[in-house]
Write a protein that binds this ligand. Sequence first.
Ligand code: GRF
Length: 207
Amino acid sequence: MLKIGVLVSGGGTNLQAIMDAIDAQGIPAEIVSVVSSNPNAYALERAKNKGIEAVTMRKRDYADAKAYDLALAEHFKSRGVGLVVLAGFMTILGEDFVNAFENKIMNIHPALIPSFCGDGFYGLHVHEAVLEKGVKLTGATVHFVSPITDGGPIILQKAVEVMDDDTPEILQKRVMEQAEWKIFPEAIRLFAEGKLEVVGNKVRIKR
Ligand code: GRF
């Protein structure tokens, strides 16, 4: 059974979608720990409500970024985690962490990478840029994490229409509902069933 560790910082709606999908779809995986960089993240409540370990680990409580990376890696390694899921995690992870879980860390980005991604493109800023540019389609991307922000191999993407009267908040909610909460659980199911193969910078899906 695949053991999953989840990193969060905020509301935890992606965490909730993943927990619900594991139960509803019988995904062969178990979330064994949820770690938040923010002690007030509602995502921690969502985990506690499901009886899942929920702890806070803040970068400021460690000597430096490397110590934080190593502490996070040890936390998950000691629990036998085989997949780390970044569900709205707002802290950049360094090479020490990324290299400890090569192609075993998944992130959700609220746009169609390579559009509207990279440094500075997070949360509402992504949707503000989408509306500013006037694109007609946006969406979400699940990808493996590499040392380059939003640069790892793409696993799944799903497009979402942009409406003329969208605000960043309305668009964010549509992207979450129609894309994020669907493709993140699906990507995790494919990984848990051994159907994802990384070849170079691409992901092959064995359907
Ligand atoms: C989502 O918009 C996700 O795309 C981005 O951060 C937000 C997390 O929301 N990475 P939640 O904490 O899962 O509700």
